[in-house]
Ligand binder design. Structure first.
Ligand code: PMP
Length: 406
């Protein structure tokens, strides 16, 4: 079956609008993706017909809400090919997932003089939690360098792994450069030394098929809102044995088995890590988003976006004075660029007037900007509903930038 992008677009009501009198061209998917009608309907239905607190209620609504929330967890488990729903912890997003691991596993296993290894293309959310941990423990953050195309230098990575390495945390797909990192190989290299690895899948889950067991990662995080689901919900996957041995993070309701003033015993997995009333609607909405993505087929989405990426790379390369930042051999749908003599924010503003929504700035990866010697980039990022015509609209709008600044 061929991928019918026009049919896909009909599923996203927000795309029907005009901005500044022009059809909306939404190319900011790496920041957040739009939501299909089925996800919106699920949220409306939940609040209209089912809203109740979960896990503790005997009444019908509570049981229904609990069932749907737990069904969503099972959908995530199958989507990632995790071994069990015990390994799927609902969190606020990728950021919270990483902080949870740093504050529990990290605090227990990283001590003075130890080292945590990350790459030079990490999102701030995969830098700062480790920096905070290292500061607290007197440990050291080591950073694997990248080349001018935005690819990790594997030989340098190998050199950094040593007896002091206690943890590795790596981004699967870079939000600023689009690079798809060889995380499978990098996990294997760390495991040979007995070092566990967290994979930040915020940008990989929406664009590649992810199989946590095939990758053999120890932890994996992603955010629902980049996968066509709601904001405020995300997932931490962790291998059961690791999660089981980890101390809880936040204390409160639902994460306990019994409480007295003398002693509290903790709930079983995954609830040990889910203190308080969770984002119930968000979890159920994420389940609907996974259904939607599965309906299109992750491989079909990936192939569509890859074709667009190649087209976009060709077309953007023809724009005078444009330099692509991030030219790795293996890339997902991110086109980051700078234009000679024009500040990225000015590009973004003029593009917006033309109805084209892109992101400009440092994309929460300031060290990558420093690595390339630039303050910021303009970034177009692709999703399942983007078209060649939208890439053409982008390049036309860039011609307009050249007219204004030429
Ligand atoms: N990692 C990467 C690679 C990202 O692109 C993002 C979001 N831009 C995050 C982590 C953080 O995701 P969130 O803000 O949804 O927690």
């Amino acid at each position: 079956m061929t991928y019918d992008v026009q049919r896909v677009r009909e599923d996203f009501p927000i795309l029907r609008q005009t901005v500044h009198g022009r059809p909306l061209v939404y190319l900011d998917n790496a920041a957040t993706a739009q939501k299909p009608q089925s996800v919106i309907d699920t949220l409306v239905r939940y609040y209209t017909e089912e809203n109740a607190n979960i896990h503790r209620g005997v009444h019908l609504l509570s049981q229904r809400a609990t069932q749907e929330y737990e069904d969503a967890r099972a959908k995530v488990q199958r989507f990632l090919n995790a071994a069990s729903t015990e390994e799927i912890v609902f969190v606020r997003g990728a950021t919270e997932g990483i902080n949870l691991v740093a504050q529990t596993y990290g605090r227990r296993h990283v001590g003075p003089g130890d080292e945590v290894v990350i790459s030079a293309m990490e999102h701030h959310s995969n830098i700062v939690p480790w920096q905070m941990l290292c500061e607290e423990k007197g440990a050291r953050l080591r950073v694997v360098p990248i080349n001018d195309d935005g690819e990790i230098l594997l030989d340098e990575y190998e050199k950094l792994l040593g007896p002091k390495t206690k943890f590795v945390s790596l981004v699967h797909v870079s939000n600023a450069l689009g690079t798809i990192n060889p995380v499978g190989e990098m996990i294997e290299m760390a495991h040979r030394r007995g070092v566990p690895v967290l994979v930040d899948g915020a940008q990989s889950v929406p664009h590649l098929g992810v199989d946590v067991r095939a990758l053999d990662c120890d932890f994996f995080v992603f955010s629902g809102h980049k996968l066509y689901g709601p904001t405020g919900i995300g997932v931490l996957y962790g291998k059961r044995a690791l999660l089981k041995a980890m101390p809880p993070w936040q204390g409160g309701g639902d994460m306990i088995s019994s409480v007295t003033f003398e002693k509290t015993t903790y709930n079983t997995l995954p609830y040990k890590f889910e203190a308080g009333t969770p984002n119930i609607a968000g979890g159920i909405g994420l389940g609907a988003a996974i259904d939607y993505v599965n309906g299109l087929g992750v491989d079909a989405i990936a192939a569509h976006e890859h074709e667009l990426l190649e087209y976009g790379t060709r077309e953007l390369s023809k724009v005078p004075g444009l330099r692509l930042i991030g030219t790795a051999r293996h890339k997902a749908g991110v086109l980051s660029f700078v234009l000679e003599g024009v500040h990225p924010h000015d590009i973004g503003t003029i593009l917006d007037e033309e109805g084209v929504a892109i992101r400009t700035g440092h994309h929460c990866v300031q060290p990558v900007m420093q690595r390339f010697g630039i303050p910021a980039t303009a970034r177009a990022s692709l999703g399942c509903y983007n078209t060649r015509e939208e890439i053409d609209a982008l390049t036309r709008a860039l011609d307009r930038v050249a007219e204004v600044f030429g």
